[in-house]
Design a protein around this ligand. Structure first.
Ligand code: CUA
Length: 302
């Protein structure tokens, strides 16, 4: 849509360039100074010409009207795309400073990394996004996939993306929402449909109960981690922080602030304020035993 409009604009501009440039070139060549010019008299002076004034007023107005109508149609098409009968829907709730993600059709809740299947050009399948906010205004923007859209408290906004190439697309919150606004990063993971189905199946499973990490599970709950975080199939059902059911399947920590590797996970668990100062997860002041137990437990959440 944008491509067609830009081609139209380019062609109109090209036409104007050819006409103006052509007339200029003609005038320069045709009326250039010649050796037999009579420099003592002025060339004929023309004052007021209805025909010429109409010529430089009416066509430009018509051109502007055509460009405005074409642009308005494109903007309208972008804001209300035609979805397939049953589009993939993702509900995105902005929090200070992370993204809560729901896939209502699949009953999945996750955070920060939006997995979607690639859309083939032969069968375009836009993905419908419903945006909301749990606290203050945020902005959703993945520049390579679409423009910006607001997430506003007490209101739902609609948006969409339609990635046609595989890969990971990065975005960020666009509305200043607090100290860690700049570290409220979005990752859109665009996968082949089969890979996406595998991801869905994995996310739908509760984590494997692992007897060796039962102590970590208990420590997690006794330190009230579960008041903020949900882990499916356990007593931890908090919704204030990101859902950790499949935490290890995510590539980053703290909404993109650091890769989800061993060193960063230890730093985060020791004190989240080191990697992300001002984030709403406090330093839990775990003793070494609890730290080790919870770390081992978290690593099984994949
Ligand atoms: Cu959320 Cu800035």
């Amino acid at each position: 849509m944008i491509h067609q409009t830009s081609v139209l604009v380019l062609l109109i501009c090209l036409g104007i360039f050819v006409v103006v440039g052509g007339l200029l070139f003609y005038a320069v060549v045709r009326y250039r100074r010649r050796t037999d010019d009579d420099d003592t008299t002025e060339p004929p002076q023309v004052y007021g010409s209805t025909a010429i004034e109409l010529a430089w007023t009416v066509p430009p107005i018509l051109i502007v009207v055509v460009l405005a109508l074409a642009t308005a149609r494109t903007v309208g098409e972008i804001q209300s795309p035609k979805f397939a009968a049953d589009p993939l829907q993702v509900r995105i709730v902005g929090h200070r400073f992370w993204w809560e993600l729901h896939y209502p059709k699949y009953n999945i809740v996750t955070a920060n990394e939006i997995h979607v299947p690639v859309s083939y050009l032969s069968t375009p399948r836009p993905i419908e996004l419903t945006l909301a906010s749990a606290d203050v205004a945020h902005g959703f923007w993945v520049p390579e996939l679409n423009g910006k859209q607001w997430l506003v408290p007490d209101k739902e906004t609609k948006w969409w993306i339609q990635p046609t190439s595989l890969g990971i697309y990065l975005g960020n919150c666009t509305v200043l929402c607090g100290y860690q606004h700049a570290n409220m990063l979005i990752r859109v993971v665009v996968e082949p449909p089969e890979e996406f189905e595998k991801w869905v199946a994995r996310q739908q499973q509760p984590p494997n109960p692992d007897a060796s990490t039962e102590a970590g599970h208990k420590a997690f709950e006794s330190n009230s981690c579960g008041s903020c975080h949900t882990i499916d199939g356990t007593n931890s059902q908090g919704i204030f922080g990101p859902n950790l059911t499949h935490f290890m399947s995510r590539q980053t920590l703290g909404a993109g602030v650091a890769p989800n590797d061993d060193a960063n996970l230890k730093s985060w668990l020791h004190d989240p304020q080191v990697l992300k100062p001002g984030c709403l997860m406090p330093d839990m002041k775990l003793d070494q035993t609890q730290f080790d137990e919870i770390l081992a437990y978290l690593k099984t959440l994949n």
